[in-house]
Design a protein around this ligand. Structure first.
Ligand code: NAG
Ligand code: NAG
Ligand code: NAG
Ligand code: NAG
Ligand code: NAG
Length: 185
């Protein structure tokens, strides 16, 4: 009983505090007086497609009945991704982060994956920060551009673009060069 009374009293206090607010909006201020910065990130994404420790696994696939004659990859296949990011293309190169997320093969007539990835950094100045990439990725092209749509930590409110180049592919391992231009505060 006493508990109920206390709760009622707390609720009443909260309600009265809410009632004090007479507007639903704040004053509009300049967004951020700090200058906008641009940072260039250069690293290599290492992906292992098969074997004992793949960094990409299929999580779902459409029960397609018709054959897709043009695409070399099955349309409607969803993958979970956890790819290490390294400072260089070498296997023993220092790991500086990882790309976590999903890739869906969504080109009906092209080898295109749409990627929803969070590139998190675990070393250096941007340790603990990440950039969000959401973009189509036409795998068949040697060079391609992905959009950076946001970020966390040092990269909060980031935008930018990533330029990708295929560096190595042998059917099991894929190494991709990333040159990312990030605009952030
Ligand atoms: C997949 O499609 C085939 C052909 O339409 C059908 O016979 C089969 O039951 C489907 N399988 C599932 C798991 O839906
Ligand atoms: C869907 O089609 C692709 C070929 O385009 C094939 O590799 C794959 O096994 C098919 N998936 C199913 C579930 O039928
Ligand atoms: C794919 O190729 C087969 C065999 O050549 C053909 O019968 C079929 O119509 C083609 N499908 C499409 C979607 O073009
Ligand atoms: C698919 O791509 C092939 C090869 O580029 C082209 O010949 C064909 O017309 C395309 N089909 C559709 C439906 O866009
Ligand atoms: C990455 O891109 C920037 C901006 O376009 C360019 O200045 C730089 O030379 C590139 N870095 C490498 C290693 O290609």
């Amino acid at each position: 009983m006493r508990g109920t009374l206390t709760l009622t009293w707390i609720l009443m206090v909260c309600l009265s505090q809410v009632a004090v607010q007479s507007q639903y909006y704040s004053e509009s201020l300049p967004y951020d007086p700090r200058p906008v910065k641009v940072t260039n990130l250069y690293f290599f994404l290492h992906e292992t497609l098969r074997g004992k420790n793949p960094t990409v696994v299929m999580v779902a696939q459409a029960n397609n009945t018709s054959n897709d004659n043009y695409s070399s990859v099955p349309f409607g296949t969803l993958y979970a991704i956890d790819d290490p990011l390294k400072i260089g293309p070498g296997d023993n190169s220092e790991v500086i982060g990882n790309a976590l997320g999903l890739g869906i093969l969504s080109g009906k007539n092209s080898t295109t994956v749409v990627m929803y990835l969070d590139f998190g950094f675990t070393a250096g100045k941007f340790k603990g920060s990440s950039i969000s990439i959401f973009s189509r990725n036409p795998l068949i092209k040697m060079e391609r551009e992905l959009s950076v749509v946001g970020g966390r930590g040092e990269f909060r409110m980031a935008e930018g673009y990533a330029r990708l180049k295929n560096y190595f592919f042998d059917g099991t391992t894929v190494i991709i060069e990333y040159n990312v231009t990030v605009i952030h505060y």
